[in-house]
Design a protein around this ligand. Structure first.
Ligand code: ZN
Length: 613
């Protein structure tokens, strides 16, 4: 029976027949030593398996590749005897029991990849993702699992995780536990000297842990987390946990997040907390990952729990898991008061509608297929990917915006997507052990909002046509406008007009520049660059006979040629070639308000943007 619900009180004082003891003596070399003990063994052998992926991140990562020095023992009468274990496949180890009462396996794990879904250990901290550290015992994943951390508690006083304390920390280390392997797999651990703050909201305890080398304001961040908890809990009528941990990793170049049932791991660049104009990006990420504790961890497609950790799990429903969450993350950022109404509509316009308009792949693959093939598409995106599929985050999110607008309009403002979410939440509470089929999910949306949406929403998600913006958004007094971008007039000093600066032209290519060399990184289908015959990895050398060595220079020479044809000299596979390129003015797609909206349009729009500050 699949369950990810755990309360700290469930684990206190428990015993476990499966225990991992983690030691950090070799942390400077990015190594963790694992001693895994399995008691009450029966039969001739025990099979231990290292997962190949982490739920929430749809990519085969083959964590066993980072494992080494594996040694197995049989324990009889308290004495250990080394035994010959053998590999059944790349990640499964078969350990003979030889009539012993327990087996032990020791191994090292190399932990030196800093993302929210991989291990990162050094002399200053350890961030551990259990799917990448802890092998499971085949056939015994439903038992209690304990993890004993043997770190120097003076140097690393803070431990932040959703795993529950089993006993008070002492000379035996820090003993933590999970009711089953799925909960262990879902509970990363941050150990170090990081700052931690706590607050109580919606009747539950919350921890904010901030591992970073930067002097940043954790108290401010904690206050914003509290606001997020209150706003999101209001949708669902409370929170389903006793304790929740926000881990916020802040280091240069960081990005991304990963959701868990009682915690989230969020990673951002320090600039997001040093620059007020960037901080909404962090707050929107926190809203997103926190929202997942409902939508993905509990409300979920049938395929997303229980999991087969050894191979890909396929679902067409990431439009619900990630699309709906992407629509809600900015909406919740607005509902929390982190953005104004105007800024929210602008974000929806720029980050969702305009970004989708720049994806030729939306005409090549449906959102449902893009979800099904996430393992090979979004998570292994080729340089040509933008032409081949739309992200289920992006197109799924815009489809959910349209669905919300449709429900609000057709129910005359009585219902919205919030009601559909509450319907799905009720369904989870009635039977947490299984997720929803797509059929069931759409039936719940219809039942909760009294609006028929099935054919429509399935055509948006299964089709490759442009979404019907005009039909759906007009009732909210909105429309999507496509125009050529005009450059705004620039002035200097006392409003003296500045010299004419041509707008950067649009060629439909992505470029990279390095050491005076300009390389083509992507080419949009049917765009001027593709029509000219320019390909990925070609090097652009000259425009109209003028040598170019920076992108700014290239744009400048092409800018004077918008609408006219330029000669481009380029290089491919060791040979030079020359083609004619006709750049166009950059396209601009925007979500705008209809001029002089009717009172009903105003009413529907207000309903959509309702919030309680
Ligand atoms: Zn997400």
């Amino acid at each position: 029976m699949y369950s990810i619900e755990q309360r700290d009180a469930d684990l206190r004082g428990t015993t476990s027949a499966i225990t991992y003891t983690l030691s950090f003596d070799r942390a400077p070399q990015h190594l963790v030593h694992v001693r895994m003990r399995v008691d009450r063994v029966a039969g001739d052998a025990v099979t231990l398996v290292m997962p190949s992926w982490s739920p929430g991140s749809y990519k085969i990562r083959d964590y066993a590749g980072y494992q080494g020095n594996v040694v197995a023992y049989a324990v009889k009468g308290g004495a250990r005897t080394r035994v010959d274990a053998s590999w059944r496949d790349k990640a499964s180890l078969v350990v003979p029991t030889l009539g012993a009462e327990a087996i032990e396996v020791e191994y090292l794990v190399y932990c030196h990849e800093r993302t929210v879904r991989t291990n990162h250990v050094n002399r200053f901290h350890a961030f551990l993702v259990p799917t990448a550290v802890c092998m499971y015992v085949e056939g015994r994943t439903q038992e209690i699992h304990h993890v004993r951390l043997m770190h120097n508690q003076t140097q690393w006083p803070s431990v932040s995780t959703a795993l529950s304390p089993v006993a008070a920390p002492g000379a035996d280390g820090v003993l933590l536990g999970a009711l089953n392997y799925d909960i262990l797999a879902d509970s990363p651990i941050e150990i170090g000297d990081h700052q931690v703050r706590t607050f109580t909201a919606a009747g539950a305890m919350h921890e904010v842990a901030m591992p970073t080398n930067h002097a940043l304001d954790i108290d401010w961040l904690t206050a914003q987390c509290e606001r997020i908890v209150k706003v999101e809990a209001e949708i669902f009528g409370g929170v389903p946990y006793d304790r929740y941990v926000f881990i916020i990793q802040i280091y240069p170049g960081a990005g991304g997040g990963l959701e868990h049932a009682r915690m989230s791991v969020n990673a951002v660049d320090p600039s997001t907390l040093l620059d007020a104009s960037k901080v909404t990006g962090l707050l929107s990420l926190l809203c997103h990952e926190y929202f997942h504790l409902w939508n993905v961890k509990r409300i979920r497609p049938a395929e997303l729990g229980p999991f087969d950790y050894t191979r890909e799990t396929y679902t067409p429903m990431l439009w619900l898991a990630e699309g709906l969450t992407s629509y809600y993350d900015d909406l919740l950022t607005y509902r929390c008061g982190f953005t104004t109404e105007k800024a929210y509509v602008e974000a929806l316009s720029k980050e969702h509608i305009a970004r989708l308009a720049a994806v030729p792949g939306r005409f090549a693959m449906s959102t449902r297929d893009s979800s099904y093939l996430a393992w090979l598409k979004l998570y292994m995106q080729s340089p040509d990917g933008n032409n081949r599929f739309p992200s289920y985050y992006l197109k799924g999110g815009v489809a959910m915006f349209l669905l919300d607008a449709y429900i609000i309009d057709h129910s005359d403002g009585t219902y919205s997507l919030d009601d559909a979410l509450r319907g799905m939440w009720k369904r989870y509470q009635a039977d947490p052990s299984r997720g929803m089929t797509e059929d069931e999910c759409i039936a719940i949306i219809e039942e909760s909002t009294k609006i028929q949406v099935r054919d429509r929403v399935l055509s948006w998600l299964s089709g490759i046509d442009e979404l019907p913006y005009e039909e759906i958004l007009t009732p909210l007094g909105l429309r999507v406008e496509s125009t050529a971008k005009k450059s705004d007039p620039v002035t200097i000093g006392e409003k003296i007009p500045f010299a004419r600066v041509p707008a950067a032209p649009y060629c439909g290519w992505g470029l990279a520049e390095s050491n005076g060399k300009i390389t083509v990184r992507s080419v949009d289908d049917n765009a001027p660059a593709a029509q000219a015959g320019i390909g990925i990895d070609d090097e652009i050398i000259a425009v109209n006979g003028k040598r170019v060595s920076t992108i700014a220079q290239l744009d400048h020479y092409l800018g004077t040629a918008v609408g006219t044809t330029a000669t481009v000299d380029a290089h491919c596979d060791g040979r030079l070639y020359s083609v004619s390129l006709t750049p166009i003015a950059p396209p601009s797609v925007r979500l705008v308000e209809i001029e002089s909206p009717s009172s009903r349009q105003k009413q529907m729009r207000e309903r959509w943007l309702r919030r309680n500050l």
